[in-house]
Design a protein around this ligand. Structure first.
Ligand code: GLU
Length: 482
């Protein structure tokens, strides 16, 4: 192990957004690359919104993507506890230290008072801020107070030395005396995160750019408590195609990891895709497995500008992975979608070999596995014509009828309905009738599948079996018999 210690500290207050998981992923890759340690901490200070269910979801999604952690919730370690709700006494201890050292103060202002202050400032054209009026207040005999951190009164430069963005300067003037302990006695995010990162010996804080404006406040707390500063790296925001921050706008938009999982994106594809959100290896290669990514990844080469979440690219990538994946694994992952669609009741409903063939034949057309039922529909439903009038027109042709009749006879005579034999029959009938090319295949496709496009007809026939294929040919001929 190196001395590098990284952390992923989500709040278990909701489903996990791809932006968050990208942060976890970059931390994970960087930790693995540098032989460091990754800590999972749960920032559950918001007692009302934090739940065990959301905690489980976080762990489930991390596992699904293969982002194992070395320490923290679910794993243990020597710097625990790893839930902020269990660390309240620690925060109180450091808040008391700041109070004693006169680096923080109790604020007794009521909500009305604060609102009034804000309104006046707004009316005077100022940015609303706390004006520090309790800095010199006498101690009152009440528990109803918050604790505020004393920002310097003279303007100071606060420098964030960011591994990705370089030197970012702030002025202490931009910040007011912010709250570090809430009236319910719990520390705020900006305070708890510093105590945790310092005590857990985190060496690099890698998180989303949305936290950049918190970093100066946190740096001031590090300094006030004489803690060593970690290195900071702020990852670019994830944007939608309109360059706005990626969020859910309609039911069809997937932004939570669980939605991608349910739709049938493969974890390795999502991993690959997310790794390229804000980083690129500098060559054209896009499909990379974890080891390759770990080998090539460099945090300092992450972009500063926002990364567009291109769903088309994810679909393309997922399709590549589906095409290349082990067929048995595809079988395991795909059957639930066919069950869900009602095509089969259980795996035992269909011969495994047959399903493997169907999957092999349809997988090229899948961006994600939820599309399988519609892609494979024609293997599970009887013959239905997409456009019956068009079908009649195509089949009602002496040459076509001759082809279909010839096929009924020749295919019917086959003992072994293998693709090789079917293919030979197709060739034989083509030769004997003199009908070739599109004139042969297009009406045949309509006759066998009811559709104008679809899978290879030899493979389709083999999968459907002799009886079904002969039935379909007869049914199609009946369509034009009268
Ligand atoms: N709980 C914070 C979040 O999920 C963590 C921010 C941080 O990494 O400091 O956004």
């Amino acid at each position: 192990m190196s001395n590098m210690r990284l952390r992923f500290p989500p709040s278990p207050t909701g489903k996990i957004h791809v932006g968050n998981i990208r942060t976890a992923l970059f931390n994970w890759i960087w930790a693995r690359k540098n032989n460091g340690e990754l800590v999972l901490r749960l920032e559950d200070t918001d007692a009302e919104r934090s739940t065990k269910e959301f905690e489980d979801v976080i762990i489930q999604e991390l596992n699904w993507l293969g982002l194992d952690v070395d320490e923290g919730v679910g794993v243990g370690g020597e710097y625990g506890p790893y839930r902020q709700s269990e660390r309240k006494d620690l925060y109180t201890q450091y808040i008391n230290q700041l109070l004693e050292e006169n680096k923080a103060y109790k604020c007794y202002c009521s909500q009305e008072e604060l609102d009034e202050m804000r309104e006046k400032q707004k009316a005077a054209g100022e940015i609303p801020h706390y004006d520090g009026r309790c800095r010199y207040a006498e101690d009152k005999d009440t528990d109803d107070f918050v604790v505020r951190f004393k920002m310097p009164q003279t303007n100071e430069k606060i420098v964030v030395d960011d591994l990705i963005r370089g030197r970012v300067e702030f002025n202490s003037e931009e910040f007011d005396d912010f709250v570090i302990k809430k009236s319910d006695g719990m520390a705020t995010y900006n305070f708890a995160v510093v105590i945790d990162d310092a005590l857990m010996k985190i060496s690099q804080v890698i998180r989303g750019e949305d936290h950049l404006s918190n970093t100066p406040k946190q740096i001031m707390i590090y300094k006030a408590l004489d803690f060593d500063l970690p290195k900071f790296a702020h990852l670019p925001l994830i944007l939608d195609e309109d360059k706005a921050k990626l969020k859910k706008r309609s039911d069809d938009d997937a932004v939570y990891v669980g939605e991608f999982r349910r739709k049938g994106y493969l974890p390795e594809a999502l991993f690959n895709f997310l790794a390229l959100l804000g980083w690129s290896p500098g060559d054209e290669k896009e499909i990379m497995n974890k080891d390759e990514i770990i080998k090539k990844f460099d945090l300092t080469r992450v972009n500063k500008s926002g990364a567009v979440f291109d769903i088309e690219k994810l679909n393309w990538m997922n399709n590549q992975y589906i095409q290349d994946m082990d067929l048995d694994r595809l079988y395991e992952l795909a059957t639930p979608y066919l069950i869900e669609a009602g095509y089969i009741e259980s795996k035992n409903d269909i011969e495994k070999n047959r399903l493997l063939k169907i999957l092999d034949l349809t997988r090229d057309g899948l961006d994600y596995l939820e599309q399988l039922p519609s892609e494979a529909e024609l293997f599970f439903t009887g013959l239905e014509f997409e456009d019956i009038e068009n079908a009649k027109n195509e089949i009602n042709d002496p040459e076509v009828k001759e082809v279909l009749n010839g096929l009924i006879e020749e295919l019917g005579a086959l003992d072994h309905f293998s693709s090789d034999n079917i293919s030979s029959v197709f060739n034989k009938v083509r030769k004997e009738t003199g009908v070739g090319g599109r004139k042969f295949y297009h009406p045949l496709r309509v006759a066998l599948t009811g559709r104008g496009s679809g899978p290879d007809l030899v493979s389709f026939s083999e999968i459907m079996g002799k009886e079904e294929i002969i039935n379909r040919l007869n049914k199609s001929l009946e369509l034009v018999a009268s």
